[in-house]
Write a protein that binds this ligand. Structure first.
Ligand code: IPM
Ligand code: MG
Length: 357
């Protein structure tokens, strides 16, 4: 049975980091005879320029027919003046919704070699290993009613709705408990149940779901407190499960604890099928300069091998190779500290492939 991966590099540094990740995937495909076939397509701003849509039907079809999708990043200043409906970001939201990729896993793990690259003190970040499980196809990102309307007096009204139903909460809570079982066995569910009714429901449903997962320790936290606790003492967290918007914000904060958002991969899953992408964006300021850190995308390949293809040895190999290269002192600009060996995107790809052997 063939295994298909759709490669969607996107815009900005997306194309550069995906090129390196693709090389890593090709190397592993050979070494472990994985039998993976790849096919690329345009997405985001480049797709808009070519086809008038950030998510052309051909790209969506390719994504739907693939077992996994490797995505770079979308967006850039060139496309900011465009109408909301055709902005590059719509492609991401479209892929998530069309493929029902409801479970977004964003690990924030610090590599020992990078502890000094974090903006927080060594004792605060050393050893952190957090998994943010973000609900990805519901909540305020998709809730109805939404939009901007002009009122009779000429003023405007903007509306977005935070909507969650019981099944939506149940399925993401289940993912969080399942993920926690293979890790530190702790889940912290983050909401704003003191103010928002829909997250009061969230809290109730997560608590009910916990009855089937009592070997996992469950706690609840308001999102403002969680933002503070992530910076005060991040080691208290194992798995954080939360809504779409809160997860968007908290995963950026968690990412930065590790020194650079350029290090963090993510998986957006619906069962085994998934889209794998770096947490960072298209970084137009450094695009095309061979400065981007490809590690987040390379580690996204590791997540793909693990979650979609169950190729645990190959996945472990990527993580080992990344650690090794960091231990050797090689750094892209975002994680560079004094005395380390500054290299570019391509060279980082080379080093990691060399370490895979
Ligand atoms: C992310 C991004 C996206 C989001 C944007 C680009 C639509 O910030 O994946 O975290 O808000 O989900
Ligand atoms: Mg975000």
């Amino acid at each position: 049975m063939s295994k298909k991966v759709a490669i969607l590099p996107g815009d900005g540094i997306g194309t550069e980091v995906v090129a390196e990740a693709e090389r890593v995937l090709a190397r592993l495909n050979d070494k472990y005879t994985l039998g993976i076939e790849t096919e690329s397509a345009l997405v985001g701003g480049h797709a808009y320029d070519e086809h008038g849509s950030p998510l052309p039907d051909s790209t969506l079809d390719l994504a739907k027919n693939a077992d996994a999708i490797l995505l770079g990043a979308v967006g850039g200043p060139k496309w900011e003046p465009l109408d909301y409906s055709v902005r590059p970001e719509r492609a991401l939201l479209g892929l998530r919704a069309e493929l029902d990729l409801y479970a977004n896993l964003r690990p924030a793990k610090i590599y020992p070699a990078l502890v000094s690259a974090s903006s927080l003190k060594r004792e605060v970040v050393e050893g952190i290993d957090i998994m943010v499980v973000r609900e990805l196809v519901g909540g305020i990102y998709f809730g109805e009613p939404k939009g901007v309307e002009t009122l009779p007096d000429g003023t405007e009204k903007g509306v977005n709705s935070l909507v969650y139903t019981t099944p939506e909460i149940e399925r993401i809570a289940k993912v969080a408990f399942d993920v926690a079982r293979k890790r530190g066995k702790k889940v912290c569910s983050v909401d704003k149940a003191n103010v928002l009714e829909s997250t009061e429901l969230w809290r109730r449903v997560v608590t009910l779901m916990h009855k089937d997962h009592e070997e996992i320790e469950l706690s609840h936290m308001y999102v403002d407190n969680c933002a503070m606790q992530l910076i005060r003492w991040p080691k208290q967290f194992d798995v954080i499960v939360t809504t779409n918007l809160f997860g968007d914000i908290l995963s950026d904060a968690a990412a930065m604890l590790t020194g650079s958002i350029g290090m963090l991969p993510s998986a957006s899953l619906s069962g085994n099928k998934g889209m794998f992408e770096p947490v960072h964006g298209s970084a137009p300021d450094i695009a095309g300069q061979n400065k981007a850190n490809p590690i987040a995308t390379i580690l996204s390949v590791a997540m793909m091998l693990q979650y979609t293809f169950g190729a645990m040895s190959a996945a472990g190999e990527v993580e080992r190779a990344v650690s090794e290269v960091l231990e050797q002192g090689y750094r892209t600009p975002d994680i560079h500290t004094e005395g380390m060996n500054l290299i570019g995107t391509k060279e980082m790809g080379d080093k990691i492939i060399e370490a895979i052997g």
